[in-house]
Design a protein around this ligand. Structure first.
Ligand code: NAD
Ligand code: IPM
Ligand code: MN
Length: 350
């Protein structure tokens, strides 16, 4: 029997409600394989910041690094200045642990209704760059608060950084339907956009079976709404990927189902798995949050760690549950804990 050391960051808002359901699902999935889950809870987020002024210390980082994987709920709180926790905690982790692949799949599960009239067979994955772009914090403000204020956020993109994520996206395409769409805005962002374009061309030459196309990010908002079934693998930069994946979540059956992995494919650092959604202060503490996105993020974690059968079991449990919700007010009206109970029971009962 082996052990999986899981670092748990519930964070803020509904993070505290959905994460425990994810941990239960993980334990249930691994039990038949004889894998024990050893959790370490990390007190990070608004509460800790208010008490101590700390977001994420070197000591926290060193302890997190000792784990096989990290499960994160969400950070961000109306009582904390916007950006303090998002940058100081979440982005700091993605950068420090070199999570250069932000993997965000969308699949419209059978029986689940999409807000789209003609959703088709929606099954695509967004490979969002996770360590560069406008997220790096390269900017500043001069004459802050005056009429002459100047604010910059410089997007940083490196050939090495772009190539490694593009390679990962092509590998994903090889194992899927062999179609890759680059999303950028190279008609305006001519520096970063053409860097992405050239690297996709170069790596694409090594993958002649993969059909490559391109969409400007603005047009992508049209295609994702009008014809999402045309996509297989979408590769894009950090900011565009953030925006595209909220829309993908919405058209794919709701943000409560959208899962993600912040992955360091080299294994040099623990990867981190989290729902795409945030701390949802509008519904926090009311047992209204759907924990399914967190449970599906556990499936991505299990795949990443090589536990393929447990991952499939988690997905099967979710698929059955979401299909059953469709026709039933009673099932679709369940709270966070009740959905968690049902998913855990289905995973255990396999
Ligand atoms: P949000 O994703 O928290 O909420 C957007 C909408 O989706 C809200 O109406 C919310 O009620 C709903 N929603 C989200 N998750 C849901 C779930 N599991 N079940 C049902 N409904 C759900 O985005 P926001 O309101 O823009 O941001 C709130 C805070 O979260 C901000 O502080 C933001 O910075 C932070 N945030 C954090 C993360 C993260 O930690 N990964 C991600 C996004 C936003
Ligand atoms: C996400 C979030 C984060 C992002 C924020 C909270 C830093 O929106 O995970 O999608 O922009 O990446
Ligand atoms: Mn986002």
């Amino acid at each position: 029997a082996s052990t999986l050391r899981l670092a748990v960051i519930e964070g803020d808002g509904i993070g505290k409600e959905v994460v425990p359901q994810g941990v239960r699902a993980l334990r249930a999935a691994l039990e038949p394989a004889g894998v024990t889950v050893e959790t370490t809870d990390f007190d990070l987020g608004a509460g800790r910041w208010h008490r101590t002024g700390e977001t994420l210390t070197d000591e926290d980082m060193a302890r997190l690094a000792e784990h096989d994987a990290i499960l994160l709920g969400a950070v961000g709180d109306p009582g904390v200045p916007s950006g303090v926790l998002e940058r100081g905690l979440l982005l700091k982790l993605r950068f420090a642990f070199d999570h250069y692949v932000n993997l965000r799949p969308t699949r419209l599960f059978p029986g689940v209704s999409s807000p789209l009239a003609n959703p088709g067979e929606m099954d695509f994955v967004v490979v969002r760059e996770g360590t560069e772009g406008p997220y790096v914090g390269n900017g500043g403000s001069l004459r802050t608060g005056t009429d002459l204020e100047v604010a910059t956020e410089v997007s940083l993109n490196t050939a090495v950084g772009v190539e490694r994520v593009v390679r990962y996206a092509f590998e994903q395409a090889e194992s899927r339907r062999r179609k890759l769409t680059l999303v950028h805005k190279h008609n305006v962002l001519v520096h970063a956009g053409h860097l992405y374009r050239r690297i996709v061309e170069k790596v694409g030459a090594e993958h002649p079976e993969v059909e490559v196309d391109y969409a400007h990010v603005d047009a992508m908002m049209i295609y994702l709404v009008q014809d999402p079934s045309r996509f297989d693998v979408i590769v894009t930069d950090n900011l565009f990927g953030d925006i595209v994946t909220d829309l993908a979540g919405a058209v794919g059956g709701g943000i409560g189902l959208a899962a993600s992995g912040n992955i360091n494919p080299t294994g040099a650092y623990p990867s981190m798995f989290e729902p795409v959604h945030g701390s949802a202060p509008d519904i926090a503490g009311k047992d209204l949050a759907d924990p399914t996105a967190t449970v599906l993020s556990i499936a991505i974690m299990l795949d990443h760690l090589g536990h393929v059968e447990p991952a499939a079991a988690v997905r099967a449990a979710v698929e059955n549950d979401v299909a059953a919700r469709a026709g039933s007010e009673e099932l679709s009206g369940r709270g966070t804990a009740a959905i968690g109970d049902a998913l855990v029971a289905a995973i255990s009962g396999r």
